[in-house]
Design a binder for this molecule. Structure first.
Ligand code: NOJ
Length: 560
């Protein structure tokens, strides 16, 4: 099925300043990647030990989710110190070694920056608690007096993104605002000290050789907190047009203009990608070269495996990228959503008038512990492989989430007492949260923790993980790992910045597009076989039989 042998040679680190435009970036969730010290948590040395694996896979860069000191109230997105490493994960020297090893293998490094909020364990927040009302230390956060008798009611009825109230009262009676968990107080971005400190952090990691940054909730930093504060209902009714008090404000780009000057003071310039859940028309603001330079496009996270949806999403996002001058980003899975092999094996999402899923895709299945609606694992994997070849054939950068190269499924069967995600506790229990995509990777089908580490895993790995282990797939031509290796290898030879040309076909369930040098990508999203278009087959997501393109299959062809 895979006709090209994967290259195991180490690539040179690209010297091009725009290395990121067409890069394949592999997201590592450090605490669940590889554990070398046997504490059940993945660590930095674990990632270093797997650099040859990443090189053989053929990725251009890795993005590290937070590895900073943290109480892990939100999987590390509650950062206690932006310029250090969680001692359970290693040291700064370990990070230096990881960066050096990645670079030596031609792989660039992107780290996660979480600027909207700190952890409540951050020295600043501890100082703010101790210093009391009216202090400069409280001025780095959003503290307000309460309402009602004795100020016992929160300043507003604002709700947290994770569910529950958005305000928390401290001992002396003041309240602080947290968009996310109570352990994640929001920073006040009008405070010059806050701004200066993040510049220091960007320089700290850039000086250590980090090549780029993924900016967490990039659209939420700046806020208009002019009194009287609106109610939640008023907030919900306001347009998100750049002037909303809390979301996607135009003035956030003043922060990023300052960061841009920092990025551009390095050679090659440091890159950034915005995690910005904003109206599509506003994405180019984040992706512009005056701002962060690239922004995530999450449309495929919400799409079914459906020809019409995929084609529209591609057309829309290529158009948005053209507007900003950036390249777009294709994402099928990340640490916040149900893995796509599972999404594609479940019934299609129910959609509202705007075409978006009415509920979190897969939540019903998670809530039933994976029993109903029944997951068709084989179909999910087949479609996942087809979707992967589809997106890897597109212009733009592709972000892969650890484990998708193994065809890994979401883990539904995590007992409540072992869950970690704050969305589970704050919903409460209505949303089972994101733990199921964060279960430590299976490296071998035998031995403790499936090769993840010597002493178990911080989230329980199910029995079926062994069948997906790296050592079961390594060298197996039909495996998903081999498919990804071949695809990335071929992509290195074929990918350019040039736009695609749609190839019109006479079926609604087939999408085809042409790239430079005869490279053509054809996906049959339907279940009925169709005639295989002419051309030399470079790669196929399922075994080809005769001149037929089977259902739920993508083929890469070279046309004369
Ligand atoms: C987005 C991150 O991807 C998610 O994991 C996190 O919980 C929130 N931001 C808050 O930092």
């Amino acid at each position: 099925m895979t006709t090209a042998a994967p290259s195991v040679q180490t690539r040179e680190l690209s010297a091009a300043p725009d290395w990121w435009r067409q890069a394949v970036v592999y997201q590592v969730y450090p605490r669940s990647f590889a554990d070398t010290d046997g504490d059940g948590l993945g660590d930095i040395r674990g990632i270093t030990s797997r650099v040859p694996y990443l090189a053989e896979l053929g990725v251009d860069a890795i993005w590290l989710s937070p590895f900073y000191p943290s109480d892990l109230a939100d999987g590390g997105y509650d950062v206690a110190d932006y310029r250090d490493v969680d001692p359970r994960l290693g040291t700064l020297a370990d990070m230096d070694e990881l960066i050096a090893q990645l670079h030596a293998h031609g792989i660039r490094v992107v780290v996660d920056i979480v600027p909207n909020h700190t952890s409540d364990k951050h020295a600043w927040f501890q100082e703010a608690l101790a210093a009391g009302r009216g202090s400069a230390a409280r001025g780095r956060y959003i503290f307000r007096e309460g309402t009602g008798p004795d100020g016992a009611e929160p300043p507003t009825d604002w709700v947290s993104v994770f569910g529950g109230a958005g305000w928390e009262r401290v001992e002396d009676g003041q309240w602080y605002f947290h968009n996310f968990d109570v352990s994640q107080p929001d920073l006040d971005w009008t405070n010059p000290e806050v701004r200066a400190d993040f510049v220091k952090t960007l320089r700290f990691w850039s000086d250590r050789g980090v090549d780029g940054f993924r900016i967490d909730v990039a659209h939420m930093l700046t806020k208009d907190l002019t009194e009287p504060l609106p109610s939640q209902a008023e907030l919900d009714a306001m347009p998100q047009d750049g002037n909303h008090p809390l979301i996607d404000r135009d003035d956030v780009h003043e922060v990023y203009a300052e960061w841009r000057a920092v990025f551009n003071s390095y050679d090659p310039p440091r890159t950034a990608v915005a995690e910005a859940w904003v109206h599509p028309s506003r994405v180019p603001l984040y992706a512009s070269i005056e701002s962060l330079g690239q922004a995530f496009n999450f449309d495929l996270l919400e799409a079914d495996f459906d020809a019409g949806q995929f084609r529209r999403i591609v057309a829309d996002n290529l158009e948005l990228a053209a507007q900003s001058g950036s390249s777009t980003t294709w994402v099928l899975s990340n640490h916040d959503v149900v893995r796509h092999a599972t999404r594609y094996g479940l019934p299609d999402a129910e959609r509202g008038d705007d075409g978006r899923p009415t509920r979190k895709h897969g939540n019903e299945w998670l809530l039933s512990g994976g029993r109903t609606p029944v997951l068709d694992t084989a179909r999910g994997e087949r479609r996942a492989r087809a979707a992967a070849l589809f997106v890897l054939g597109l212009p733009g950068s592709a972000y892969l989430y650890q484990g998708e190269e193994l065809g890994l499924h979401e883990v539904a069967e995590i007992p409540d007492e072992q869950r970690q995600d704050p969305t589970f506790f704050r919903s409460p229990g209505v949303d089972l949260g994101r733990d199921g995509c964060r279960v430590p990777l299976p490296w071998s089908d035998e031995g403790p923790a499936f090769g993840f580490g010597s002493a178990g895993a911080h989230l329980p790995q199910p029995e079926w993980f062994g069948a997906y282990a790296v050592d079961r797939q390594d060298g197996e031509p039909a495996s998903t790992l081999s498919l990804y290796r071949s695809a990335l290898d071929l992509r290195h030879a074929l990918q350019t910045d040039e736009q695609l040309q749609w190839v019109e076909v006479d079926r609604d369930d087939v999408v085809a597009f042409a790239r430079p040098n005869g490279w053509t990508v054809v996906t049959n999203f339907g279940t009925e076989p169709v005639a295989l278009p002419a051309g030399e087959v470079l790669l196929s997501s399922t075994e080809l039989e005769g001149d037929v393109l089977a259902g739920e299959t993508t083929v890469w062809l070279r046309r004369a």
